[in-house]
Design a protein around this ligand. Structure first.
Ligand code: ZN
Length: 509
């Protein structure tokens, strides 16, 4: 049986706190592809669309490529920009007349300014366009603040299980397979969600409680009748009504098993939530800790200034601590277009006076004033080799500067460092250094796994501090744990005990 699938999406992780710093995202902030360009851009990449294309090829499903738009995590999306993107996505859906499936790539934590769920809007618009007879599958990020309506608007909801997100492609393949099987009548998926009155601080699934949590979801998927199980950690940098963690399970058949799986995992997560609060190391302590071990290099993560969570990427707290240590270090990357322009003008070999970073936000710290020698200039173009493997990305024109004993890479664009590619592009070989510092929270872990096993998180002031409870909140997310240590979750109540829920309706099964 020949099936046609529309593939597309609008992907954004919106920090409502970054909105004050980065402003509203306009249409030009998004990289937009459609039609044949979508296939060229994503085929054979470890991305959501790459996964959909692979599974469609495997299952002999015809692909009708619609619009795909993605912007770097930042502030909230301008309603007019959203409207334009939605219009173009729906035009593509409409053009594929005999479609039976829509396969969507959504982040799950997108916000249309001031506080509306972008993902709910996309799902509602696509459902209104295609009607009830078309199967809609969506794959979302582990950090989705899943809107409650998602499980009603979509027939299949699957999320990443790994942080770093090394499983994006395979999770999209799973979502696509379930949708195609549903279309062919070999499964009858039921999707159920359960929301918790909490949001997790950024927590890797490589070890610790995040790993245990991931293993619970994986074990659930081994059960007869379970097609997919995802624990969404939630995105802690959004003060919206959707903010929060949730568990979503898809079963073949009725809702009983899905609800049971959701409840079991939610109960585990709620009871083990204190384990996700880990002490934060100030930058100078993190540097000292890194140098106290014998393994070289040690990798330091500038978690509080992670461009991948919407931060400005020009924070100088960790940079200063690294420079002050005198260690042979490299630092990638500092978002500093003005310094790149100076370096380009001066040329390789020149020594220039720089004021590094510290310009773009209240948490950026003071600029680091220094003499710097320009050692390399590049276009900043890389191809990711770990997370999002095969996908091209650009840091824009970039420069390698020698500052004191450190090689600092400054870039024109604001981008998280996933792997050593941007270092290698500048002739910076990480294993020649004592310290390697990167602007990332956890995604760097997969890309730098071959460089070092010693990875240390530094946490300073910043838009993506892991001390999420210290961020001032005036909206709905203030009621979530860990901001509200008194938050109650009805499923955790002992049988017979009175229920006093401070939070409005945390469940939506
Ligand atoms: Zn994520």
């Amino acid at each position: 049986m020949c099936v046609k699938a529309v593939v597309g999406g609008i992907v954004h992780e919106s920090s409502t706190f970054a909105a004050e710093v980065t402003g509203l995202l306009d249409f030009g902030s998004f990289s937009v592809v459609d039609g044949a360009a979508l296939v060229r851009e994503f085929a054979r990449t470890s991305t959501c669309v790459g996964g959909y294309l692979a599974v469609c090829a495997e299952a002999d499903v015809t692909v009708a490529p619609a619009l795909h738009a993605r912007a770097e995590p930042a502030g909230t999306v301008d309603p007019a920009a959203y409207q334009e993107l939605e219009h173009r996505l729906l035009s593509g859906v409409r053009a594929a007349r005999d479609r039976e499936l829509v396969l969507l790539d959504l982040h799950g934590a997108g916000v249309v300014a001031p506080g509306e769920s972008l993902d709910r809007r996309v799902l509602a618009a696509v459902r209104a366009e295609v009607g009830p007879a078309t199967t809609i599958a969506v794959t979302m990020d582990l950090h989705a603040n899943l809107p409650a309506e998602a499980v009603e608007l979509a027939d299949v909801v699957v999320g990443y299980q790994c942080y770093p997100h090394t499983d994006i492609g395979e999770r999209a393949e799973r979502a696509g397979r379930i949708a195609i099987a549903a279309r062919r009548g070999t499964v009858a998926p039921t999707v159920r969600g359960l929301r918790l009155p909490m949001v997790l601080p950024p927590s890797t699934t490589d070890d610790g409680p995040g790993r245990e949590l991931r293993e619970l979801a994986r074990a659930a998927e081994e059960r007869d009748g379970v097609l997919a199980c995802t624990v969404f950690h939630g995105f802690p940098y959004a003060d919206t009504a959707q903010a929060g963690a949730s568990v979503v399970t898809i079963t073949d058949g009725g809702p009983g098993l899905a609800d049971e799986v959701n409840r079991d995992i939610a109960r585990w997560l709620w009871r083990n939530r204190p384990a996700f609060l880990t002490p934060a190391l100030a930058p100078d302590h993190a540097v000292a800790e890194a140098l106290s071990g014998t393994e070289r290099p040690a990798v330091l993560a500038d978690t509080a200034d992670n461009p991948g969570g919407g931060a400005t990427g020009d924070g100088t707290y960790l940079l200063r601590a690294v420079l002050d240590s005198g260690a042979r270090a490299c630092f990638a990357t500092l978002h500093d277009p003005a310094t790149v322009a100076l370096a380009v003008q001066a040329g390789v070999g020149a020594t220039i006076e720089v004021a590094l970073g510290g310009r773009h936000g209240p948490f950026s710290g003071d600029p680091v004033r220094a003499h710097a020698t320009v050692r390399a200039l590049t276009d900043g173009n890389v191809v990711h080799q770990s997370m999002r493997r095969g996908k091209a990305a650009t840091f824009g024109p970039s420069a390698r500067l020698l500052v004191g004993n450190a090689d600092v890479i400054v870039s024109t664009h604001r981008l998280q460092v996933f792997d050593p590619e941007i270092l290698l592009l500048h002739g910076v070989v990480p294993d020649r250094y004592e310290l390697v510092a990167v602007k990332s929270a956890h995604h760097f872990r997969s890309g730098f796994a071959a460089v070092s096993t010693r990875m240390i998180a530094a946490d300073a002031l910043g838009l993506t501090s892991r001390q999420v409870e210290r961020i001032r909140r005036t909206g709905p997310s203030a009621e979530l744990w860990p901001m509200n240590r008194e938050a109650r979750f009805a499923l955790d109540e002992p049988v017979g005990a009175p229920t006093h829920r401070r939070n409005g309706a945390p469940q939506w099964t």
